[in-house]
Design a protein around this ligand. Structure first.
Ligand code: HEM
Length: 280
């Protein structure tokens, strides 16, 4: 919501400062997010003597000690980093899970194969990191979900200087769009079944799945690739494994297939699913 409001505001210079209904709502949302982040930060500041915590927020707060000497992050920068990580990491991973549940609901044979893999590997226990690393079929299905329904559909870049891209001359400041979703459905890259669900294509790893080793761009690639990709895959594997251990599921007849780009790719009217508890 906050990001969407920001994009709309970019259209007209100066417009974002006017007290329009949308801007007031945006300011209110910004205050709300900032206040809830500040309350977490404040509670950590209270426990300074025992350290700020060994997570990312703790590390960033630790760096404020260096600020007195002119280095390290300011409080505003920490709040901004928290927002980046929250927005970059939350919707993306939740929609990867949404589309994975959709694909497993519509491909019940794969749902069964994955459940068998999970129960063989972890029984009914909470999976360990070691268990998760061994869930090959689950990983293949997640990769196929990322290919067919990439949560991030496009990336935008601006040329920092005049440059050549293949035999194209790109002038400085040109805006380039990388159409991830189109690349993920390209038959020249993925073969004639590019539009079909076929996790087997990932059997020998991501780089061997298509005719180009970097055809899967769901997490981007290179120095600005997603910093959270390993965490996202681990999180998604854990959630899928826990669900498969406990429930069988199928698509509700109310579901309408309307994938929509709202910054991340999501089903327009949600994903109604019928869950049945398993008595394993
Ligand atoms: C399925 C889940 C995810 C997908 C599909 C995804 C996708 C992406 C993509 C495509 C980019 C590159 C965007 C660009 O360059 O324009 C990116 C960057 C980023 N992602 Fe993710 N992401 C996911 C999960 C996460 C998680 C869990 C976190 C953090 C915990 C995270 C944090 C970030 C950050 C901080 C960047 C910016 C990196 C930089 O510019 O150096 N992402 N992500």
């Amino acid at each position: 919501m906050l990001i969407l409001a920001n994009i709309l505001n970019r259209e007209i210079p100066g417009y974002k400062y006017l007290p329009t209904e949308r801007n007031r709502q945006r300011w209110k949302l910004e205050r709300k997010v900032r206040n809830s982040l500040m309350s977490i930060i404040q509670s950590r500041l209270g426990s300074e003597h025992s350290g700020y915590g060994n997570d990312l927020l703790g590390l960033m707060m630790e760096s404020t000690r260096a600020t007195q000497e002119g280095t390290g992050l300011s409080m505003d920068e920490i709040v901004d980093e928290c927002k980046t990580f929250f927005f970059a990491g939350h919707e993306t991973t939740s929609h990867l899970l949404t589309w994975t549940i959709f694909l497993l609901s519509t491909n019940r044979d794969w749902q069964e194969r994955l459940r068998e893999e999970v129960v063989n590997e972890c029984q009914m226990e909470i999976p360990t990191a070691d268990n998760l690393n061994k869930l090959k079929l689950v990983t293949m299905v997640l990769l196929e979900a990322l290919r067919l329904y990439s949560p991030v559909m496009v990336m935008v870049r601006k040329a920092a200087q005049d440059m050549n891209l293949g035999n194209l001359m790109i002038p400085k400041d040109t805006i380039l769009t990388v159409p991830i979703a189109i690349i993920h459905h390209n038959k020249d890259l993925w073969g004639d079944d590019a539009n079909e669900f076929n996790p087997e294509r990932f059997e020998n790893g991501v780089t061997k799945a298509a005719r180009h080793p970097n055809a899967l761009l769901a997490f981007s690639m290179g120095p600005r690739a997603c910093v959270g990709q390993n965490f996202a895959m681990l999180e998604a594997k854990m959630v899928v494994a826990l669900i498969l251990q406990r429930f069988s599921f199928s698509l509700s007849p109310d579901y309408k297939h309307e994938p929509t780009d709202r910054l991340t790719l999501q089903p327009q009217s949600g994903l109604p699913v019928v869950f049945k508890p398993l008595g394993i």
